[in-house]
Design a protein around this ligand. Sequence first.
Ligand code: BES
Ligand code: ZN
Ligand code: ZN
Length: 487
Amino acid sequence: MQITLVTTPIEQTPADALIVPVFEGRKESRFSAGLLSESGEVAGKPLEHTLLHHVPGVNAVRILLAGAGKPDRFDPSELRKLTGAAVRFLKSKSIKNVALALENVQFTSEFVSAAVEGALLGDFEPDRHKTGNDKKSVDSFTVVAPGPLGGLTSPAGLDAALARGRIIGESTNFARDMINEPGNLLTPLKMAEAARAMAAEQGLEYEILDREAMEKLGMGSLLGVSIGSAEPPAFIVLRYRPAATASGSAHLGLVGKGVTFDTGGISIKPADSMEKMKYDMAGGAAMIGAMRALAQLKPSIPVTAFVPCVENMPGSRAQRPGDIVTAMSGKTIEVINTDAEGRLILADALTYARHQGCTHLVDAATLTGAIVVALGHLHVGLFTNDDGLRDRVLAASKAEGERMWHMPLDEDYREYLKTAFADIANVGGRWGGAVTAAIFLKEFAEDTPWVHLDIAGTAWLDDAKPYLAKGPTGLPVRTLVRLAMDW
Ligand code: BES
Ligand code: ZN
Ligand code: ZN
């Protein structure tokens, strides 16, 4: 998608369709006044659409009045959804060249970035493996700045905002494409290859640890999961380093679950919906997508991503319930349920990230069905051992409209993971499953400030939204990028 910013008067801007936000309770837009104001057809309700053709005095072929809701509740997140929904509406009608008039919207760089992100995110479809010619997408998206910028933002600031929106939108879609790939096409080695190609293109340092390297490091917990699959494991490490690092600077580690397919292993999952377990690497893909954006946006602190990739399979070599493995940290783990594999690979990844000098850790993982029971599909479950890091992550998530909810992590829950046979069990019984999974991870984050994001309910949409296709959402790429940029 070609993305540009123009300052030509809105009436003169050529486009197949010009999107004009219309607010609830306001005297509409000057483009609709006289045409619809009396009819009551345009209420300005969020995501409502009214398409006008051949409006006199306007160069664009059509005007799309896009409901923006109440003006006092309108923020960049609302604009992101508005442009996403408008782009989806217009492309369904094969409209290719789209412009957005921001004249009724506060014109700040945050709004410009959000508009561009919305257009890119809305344009994404999970249909790359369809061979038909029914694919629809928008070719160009033009942000029309209001004539006088009101001294709010410099032209250079606007270009930067546009570029930031494009980088974040494209990087989120990069992650979504990866998440959507099926298990046969995206094996651990393929995922590592995709990360390597991205890193080479974006100028990130990269390293792929193979099975031998992991054996040398003593990653018995991770390797125990991968042993049942004919597909070898791969541990992706991507490093961003700023031009100059202040001494005593924080070093952010992003750890993502990369299970390219989760059958459950010997504790096998039921067939119903098992096909969706191709998205069990969504946390890892989000970290890789965030690194793609950070390579271009250049935060001032070093950031390293750690993505352990494995396939969880049953088979004659697979690990059994009751097996005891030794993690890189030296702790022994009794594997009660082989389907609780995410925490097993993350345990070694967290230890490795600590050894690599990370001062702060954020992990993202499609870790438990229990978080879906607790929070549904709206909030990411956030668990932490550090209030300061929690506040930073929650502030970033709020600004980005990626909803997160702080969940408990009291030490008392550690009881649930007690076993007579090893230092810790990998599951804790029927209740509080998302919490016990987080308690397990905490054991390996040790005293490093750490936030765990359980994205099992939010990484994948079973039904499309007006502004987002069905399938991978790309959460929490935007939060992670803002976290690093605002550090
Ligand atoms: N990948 C699943 C969690 C999951 C469930 C992700 C639903 C997305 C949607 C994870 O590996 C798993 O199987 N967890 C088990 C843990 C249980 C065995 C303690 C679960 O949640 O059932
Ligand atoms: Zn599982
Ligand atoms: Zn899993």
